[in-house]
Design a binder for this molecule. Structure first.
Ligand code: GAR
Length: 193
């Protein structure tokens, strides 16, 4: 009798620079019954990234690349990602800008999560800027990565209300909670599940 090995999972790499709470939610998502992704690789530009301690599952390999020279770092990352036959790259708090060449190498296969309602507040300090502009809402966006910063096609967004008492810190926390739900949803949408 031939035993079924089940459907093939989409091999995924997650790029992080810091805490890795989105990485954590993606790991949980990947472990769900019938999940179509499997996280094979965690990449960081920061050896001290807290998130590196989350992937303490033997199957997930973790690699840190020195970004002093982006070109060299990216070359190594490209070969690592290709070796592992990665089909999806999820940027999750990865605070480096990928080169046009890198993005071209994985066209349509790189997703990013950003803590604002794009196209508003691209770049850094999104919460500070949203509050000081007296916005009533902010939120988060999952989008495809294109060569222009935070400008690729939007996959999903979630609105979050800004209250009068919100500080950048409290707003960041509220939005982060939504990010954890939005990223898995966006992946499901990309693969039409
Ligand atoms: C998240 O809020 C993510 O949207 C943001 O960094 C945080 C990472 O948190 N990303 C960016 O600002 C990218 N421009 P995490 O490490 O706990 O997932």
């Amino acid at each position: 009798m031939v035993q079924s090995t089940g459907p093939k999972k989409i091999k995924c790499a997650v790029f992080i620079s810091g805490t890795g709470s989105n990485l954590k939610s993606l790991i949980q998502f990947s472990k769900k019954k019938n999940s179509l992704i499997s996280i094979e690789l965690i990449i960081s530009d920061n050896p001290k990234a807290k998130g590196l301690n989350l992937g303490k599952i033997p199957k997930i390999s973790k690699k840190v690349f020195n970004y002093q020279e982006r070109k060299i770092a990216e070359k190594k990352i490209i070969s690592e990602v290709k070796n592992k036959k990665i089909k999806l790259i999820c940027l999750a708090g990865f605070m480096r800008i990928l080169s046009k060449n890198f993005i071209k190498s994985f066209k349509g296969k790189i997703l990013n999560i950003h803590p604002s309602l794009l196209p508003k507040y691209k770049g850094l300090n999104t919460h500070e800027r949203a509050i000081s502009n007296n916005e009533k809402y902010s939120g988060c966006t999952v989008h495809f990565v294109s060569s222009k910063l935070d400008s690729g096609k939007i996959i999903l967004q979630k609105k979050v209300k800004i209250s009068k008492r919100d500080t950048a810190k409290s707003l960041a926390k509220k939005i982060l909670n939504q990010e954890h739900k939005l990223y898995p949803k966006a992946i499901r949408k990309v693969f039409s599940l």
